[in-house]
Design a protein around this ligand. Structure first.
Ligand code: NAD
Length: 313
């Protein structure tokens, strides 16, 4: 296909096939999160070439208008934008080093939306730069509902020019796109944020258990603490006891929401990064240990606010 000069100057308008003036997007990893994100790009008018090892995952996006590629390299070879949404750092490294760096067009922007370790994100950003390719790490906040609804928050690490190119694409999948700094800083922001989330959820859940045992009504405690200094997102958006926040997973027997296994993954990434950076994170480490215990006891698929069950004993 015809190569474009860097930086690309995409115009908006309907995609008319490969070689049109609207960015052609390769999407590698169209699972629970990537599937909805890829479909939002299709809805925005982009031609999306998708690849996933799972035939079922691929079938869902093909049904929504994406084109199935036969491999990651096949998807990426003619693309202006290459997005990855994969399980972990090892998958991302294998995809980039195995295929994507080799086949990416010189003007392509590489966007990794997976949640991975900071060290791998930095290494991939630096490897891309050494090859003259633009890359950002752009992990997301928000679950599958936000991925489907196009309301994710992206935390982006990478050079200014790469961020500027990635931003309009990310805006088609999210409500906020924030530049966090250089390569790896999107991942740093994500794991630091989720370390707060894990620790505040444990603290909130144990406070509700203590209130219960002291004879204080959950709703009354919520009414007070949500307007006092104990307030946090864990309390007012994801209250671990049913009742006070009707939309919280606690009202649905902790189904859906943000799986405890994913919270554990993020806490492990945070503790691993803290070790590498020489930072002391005792609360993060305690939250990691508690979520590990919860997952070991069958809580992996339960919403992370279900940790209150473990704390009740
Ligand atoms: P998922 O397992 O549903 O999707 C990952 C997909 O990648 C799968 O369909 C898998 O088949 C595919 N895959 C794996 N290796 C591949 C390869 N080499 N080539 C092509 N496809 C490959 O996971 P998910 O829930 O979509 O999560 C994706 C990422 O988003 C993870 O890093 C996760 O931590 C992060 N995340 C998830 C959530 C959430 O609520 N699910 C929220 C925020 C961030």
């Amino acid at each position: 296909m015809k190569r474009k000069a860097w930086p690309p100057s995409w115009k908006s308008g309907p995609a008319t096939g490969r070689g049109s003036n609207m960015a052609i997007i390769a999407f590698i990893g169209v699972g629970n999160m990537g599937g909805g994100m890829a479909l939002n790009l299709v809805k925005a008018g982009h031609e999306v070439w998708a690849f996933d090892l799972s035939a079922d995952a691929l079938a869902r996006v093909v049904a929504g208008g994406a084109t199935a590629a036969s491999s990651a390299a096949d998807a990426a070879a003619g693309a202006d934008v290459i997005i990855t949404m994969l399980p972990a750092g090892s998958h991302v490294r294998a995809a980039y080093e195995g295929d994507l760096f080799a086949v990416a067009q010189p003007h392509a922007i590489l966007i990794d939306c997976s949640t991975i370790d900071v060290a791998t994100a930095k290494a991939m950003g630096e490897a891309a730069a050494s090859k003259g390719l633009a890359m950002v790490d752009a992990p997301v906040s928000g679950g599958t509902a936000a991925a489907d609804g196009g309301t994710l928050t992206f935390m982006v690490g990478g050079p200014d020019a790469a961020f500027a190119t990635a931003k309009p694409i990310l805006e088609k999948m999210g409500k906020a796109v924030i530049h966090a700094g250089g390569a790896g800083m999107g991942q740093a922001a994500k794991i630091c944020n989720n370390m707060i989330l894990g620790a505040t959820m444990v603290a909130t859940a144990e406070a509700f258990v203590l209130a219960e045992k002291l004879g204080l009504e959950a709703q009354t405690f919520f009414d007070i603490s949500s307007k006092a200094s104990g307030q946090s997102w864990s309390m007012t958006s994801y209250c671990p006891v049913p009742g006070p926040v009707p939309t919280a997973p606690s009202n649905r027997d902790y189904a859906g929401g943000f799986a405890a296994a994913l919270m554990l993954k993020d806490l492990k990434l945070a503790c691993q990064a803290a070790q590498g950076a020489g930072a002391s994170v005792p609360m993060g480490a305690e939250a990691e240990a508690l979520y590990q215990l919860f997952v070991n006891n069958g809580g992996a698929a339960t919403d992370f606010s279900g940790i209150i069950r473990l704390l009740r004993g």
